[in-house]
Design a protein around this ligand. Structure first.
Ligand code: SAM
Ligand code: SF4
Length: 486
């Protein structure tokens, strides 16, 4: 749950449905041509029946959304066509998330909803974290699934697809978590019209006590800086002006070529011609260094926003979580960010109800909110995850108490944001257009601080996603700003 309007990640793990079909149906297109004979249409229909089509639905974070862009690119390259409903697809894929139990359940519900399509000859594949976590058990639970692959095995997708097409069942890609290779591909099919994602580091070696990521995404491995910069230039050539660098811990980046530190890479991406905004997420406090703030100060293209998950305000709980920092250590990093020449917006993740979290520990988290004054907080109730050390601890906080603590966090945060956002009243700022809100007749966009800005314009034509406008703020809410284009 969060008080942020689709902030730096997708914390609610709502399914992000596949993007629109790339091509229109040949039948409808041809039928509009004068004199197009019925017979020709039948031939086309036959051809379409043997056509390779896929539907892909993504659950979870931005890393997953971007993995899906790479998977889509790979499938298109292998001759598949993307469709936007399960019924039209020969191959149905779910790219899954297992960070919290609700997300995982959603995937099995979705499989259950569509299993009837198996009888119509459709094939099913489960990708991502649930695939890696549950492995071959998925075939027992959902026998109509033919392909199960974790993200570390996506490099082998073309091979797995050939086996699928040859009629093989129970195909797995599960044994590549110890790889040093990243899933680099020039085939990425970018689905976001205004933001180009680049994964610079995959996996995680930190093993926080509650977290499945090191088990599902494998060991930490960074992509070479030359390859990252080449992709940044390619993205800019495609017309993108905003780049978001991604990693479970993006600032743990270690250039395998030994050329650039994370801060230097940020600076280099920020200097790619045509790039006006660079974001990065998620930063881990352990690896947060002062040169990141110096880079933000030095390069105006680096956005005024840092997402720095704290998880708890109690050093005792942080220790139990194996976060390997204390409250004081975390606050020191916050003080570096607050000392920047530019006002850098801060956001965080908080887990309430971790095993052993006492009322006193929880008060420390509430005090931390007051101390830091974040602009956005993603709050989660602790949920026990398979294979994690925390699962052996006694889940001592009852569900009702977790609900209560989460609500208290959100209520406190709402008040903090009400004041923070109100400070923008009367300010003029640059907003990047993300889309339209037709119901309100407003353009939706985002400030460099990642704050949602909804505004009106005096011209009748909606500005294009990815364009920039100057907006004067005329009203404020706890999680959005309202204004008029100037
Ligand atoms: N690597 C980032 C870090 O260490 O800060 C976080 C990445 S994790 C994919 C996203 C967030 O999910 C975490 O910051 C944490 O708040 C939340 N999370 C992870 N495991 C959880 C669990 N078992 N129960 C509740 N929340 C969890
Ligand atoms: Fe999970 Fe911790 Fe790794 Fe973040 S650092 S992905 S919370 S194990």
């Amino acid at each position: 749950m969060s008080l942020c309007d689709s902030g730096p990640r997708c914390p609610e793990l709502d399914g992000v449905s596949a993007t629109p079909t790339l091509e229109s149906s040949p039948c409808s297109a041809h039928l509009q041509q004068p004199g197009f004979a019925e017979t020709k249409c039948s031939i086309l229909k036959l051809a379409m029946a043997s056509e390779k089509t896929f539907y892909l639905e993504t659950f979870g974070c931005q890393m997953n959304a971007h993995d899906s862009e790479k998977v889509i690119g790979t499938l298109l390259h292998e001759g598949y066509r993307q469709v936007d409903v399960e019924e039209d697809a020969g191959l149905i894929l779910y790219n899954t998330c297992s960070i919290r139990d609700k997300a995982e359940q959603k995937v099995f519900n979705r499989l259950n909803d569509y299993k009837k399509l198996h009888k119509a000859g459709k094939r099913f594949g489960v990708l991502g974290c649930v695939a890696q976590q549950e492995g071959e058990k998925i075939f027992d639970r959902a026998p109509y699934v033919s392909l199960v692959s974790g993200s570390a095995s996506y490099r082998k997708l073309p091979e797995m697809l050939s086996r699928l097409e040859a009629g093989e069942n129970r195909i797995t890609g599960l044994d590549d978590r110890q790889t040093d290779e990243t899933f680099e591909t020039e085939l990425t099919s970018r689905q976001n019209p205004y933001r180009g994602y680049i994964t610079i580091i995959e996996g995680c070696d930190k093993f926080c006590a509650y977290c499945v990521v090191p088990y599902t995404r494998g060991k930490e491995r960074s992509r070479g800086s030359a390859s990252v910069l080449a992709e940044a230039r390619r993205i800019a050539d495609q017309g993108y002006t905003e780049i978001q660098l991604l990693g479970q811990n993006v600032n743990s980046y270690r250039d395998p070529e030994g050329k650039l530190s994370f801060a230097e890479l940020l600076a280099a991406v920020g200097q790619v011609p045509g790039i006006r905004r660079v974001r990065f997420t998620t930063s881990h406090p352990r690896d947060f260094t002062p040169d990141i703030v110096q880079a933000i100060d030095a390069y105006p293209t680096l956005c005024d926003h840092v997402h720095l998950p704290v998880q708890s305000g109690s050093s005792r709980v942080l220790k139990m979580m194996s976060r390997e920092y204390t409250y004081e250590w975390y606050l020191e990093r916050i003080s570096w960010i607050k000392a920047a020449r530019r006002k850098i917006s801060l956001s965080t993740d908080i887990i309430v109800g971790f095993p052993g979290e006492t009322p006193d520990d929880f008060i420390k988290t509430m005090d931390l909110l007051q101390e830091v004054q974040y602009d956005c907080v993603f709050g989660f109730k602790y949920s026990g995850r398979p294979n994690t050390p925390a699962l052996t601890m006694i889940d001592s906080v009852p569900e009702a108490e977790k609900v209560k603590r989460l609500q208290l966090v959100l209520d406190r945060q709402r008040e903090i944001q009400r004041v923070n956002y109100a400070r923008h009243l009367g300010e003029e700022m640059e907003v990047m257009v993300e889309g339209m809100n037709p119901a309100r007749g407003q353009v939706a966009g985002r400030s460099t601080q990642n704050k949602p800005v909804n505004f009106t314009t005096s011209v009748p034509i909606a500005p294009a996603p990815g364009s920039y406008m100057r907006v004067k703020i005329t009203n404020t809410f706890p999680n959005s700003l309202v204004g008029e284009a100037v």
